[in-house]
Design a protein around this ligand. Sequence first.
Ligand SMILES: Nc1ncnc2c1ncn2[C@@H]1O[C@H](COP(=O)(O)OP(=O)(O)O)[C@@H](O)[C@H]1O
Ligand SMILES: Cc1ncc(COP(=O)(O)OP(=O)(O)O)c(N)n1
Length: 518
Amino acid sequence: MTAAPVHAAPAPSAPRVLSIAGTDPTGGAGIQADLKTIGALGGYGMAVVTALVAQNTRGVRGVHVPDVGFLVEQLDAVSDDVAIDAVKLGMLHSTPLIDAVSEWLGPVRPPVVVLDPVMVATSGDRLLDAAAERAVRELCRQVDLITPNLAELAVLVSTDSARVARARTWAEAVTQARHLATTTGTTVLLKGGHLDGEDCPDAIVTASAVGEVPGRRVATTNTHGTGCSLSSAMATLAAEQLRLAPGTEVDWVAALRAAKDWLTGALEHGAALQVGEGNGPLDHFHATRAALRAVADADADIDADPLDWAAQQWTATAALRAEVDALDFLVGLRDGTLDERAFRWYLAQDALYLGRYARVLARASALAPTADEQVFWARSAASALEEEASLHRARLGDDPDAHPEPSATTLAYVNHLAASADSYGELVAALLPCFWLYSDVGIRLAEANREGHPFGDWLGAYGDPTFAAATAEAIAIADRAAAATGAAERGRMRTAFARSMQHERDFFAVPTTAVGGA
Ligand SMILES: Nc1ncnc2c1ncn2[C@@H]1O[C@H](COP(=O)(O)OP(=O)(O)O)[C@@H](O)[C@H]1O
Ligand SMILES: Cc1ncc(COP(=O)(O)OP(=O)(O)O)c(N)n1
């Protein structure tokens, strides 16, 4: 008898992330915030409730804790049936609950466990008694990442006999986080949310290293649930890293960069939701909402004249394009104040992007319905590779730091292009923003050039008439593809175009955040 061949199971399409936490009926914190965060970042969310909390944006009114036996029943119900890729632990309330979760974690132990040690209320009141605080300190040793705010950090580094005061400066906070990482052997996410100042840094702290991730403070009172959302974002992003590269180590600093980027957007858009009269929630789905709006705007006038298809999409994405123009990266590149490190970061990612983009252009050539279009895409693929070599490799030289791995944003963009390659129309629509936006942004960059401009040689490369002609040809091809197909594919083309525009915006947004400031 021949043994049946063993096939590795394909990876699931999303990381399966379990939140074990309390509730918030207004949806801003606790389990509700966790599930929104996990979904917004592409995960599959699951939830085990530790406590029912009667709270709103103004504060907590009451807490009901079901019997601990029922908590265990919920935990077992999930782990008996589902492979869990990551767990986020939030409000654990009291010693019996903490012990039950700790006992369950022992044998189940998902690959990623993040603990948000909810111990101190926003008012400063301690939420746990001394025994429960001790139990949380012990639990810290069992997890992969701890995400205390400054008040909780002080409690975690205190002992029964010596209470430590809350850190008042970033340097003090780093010292406390290092102490916690050393005594528990666990990585600490140090959060700067409760310090003053225009900046809002966070850091990944271990016993031997501090990886600071800079951030901008958003002027808002919509901060309810930021800690819950950040910790579940970290659990989701870490599990996603392992889904894409099984068997590797989690890069916590990279996860924090991505989480902060998303969280900053969520803080910025929270107030517009108009939820509650106290400290309102974040808008977890701000990016999805923007994408839906762009598609709905395009829907309004689609099919009016398929021959004018590309111009309609250009108009529909006007708001996104205005956002691109106002990004710190492009403003700094125009006025010359851009941090050289951000510029080099951009060049390195652009080079990585162009190599992969060229392959997708070659795929468009393979799908093209006419010889002229086949030649156009093949030439574009060759130009992208020449551009990668001459503009980028020559500038970045042999510096090994200048040739990093593609960032999450770069990968997301090229994956979107590759995923659009099943039909010619959709692929052409996805490729068009790279031509068109580059040409359009280039007009203003070229205008900003002057004698002695620190990026003068780079700005001088814009405004090339050959590229403008290629852009006009790509627009004409997209119009022909839209006219030649039916309404269903035109709908997919519209989505592909709008998504590429969003990826373009994200691509230009990341360099300044990645190195901090403009
Ligand atoms: N006003 C703000 N602007 C930008 N980021 C913020 C702001 N307030 C908090 N954050 C971020 O939100 C996350 C949660 O931080 P923090 O408020 O310190 O914790 P908690 O919500 O647990 O009290 C951190 O990433 C922090 O940097
Ligand atoms: C059920 C529940 N868990 C945790 C919190 C605390 O939320 P957090 O994200 O730390 O943010 P603040 O609202 O305290 O700023 C909660 N309120 N409810």
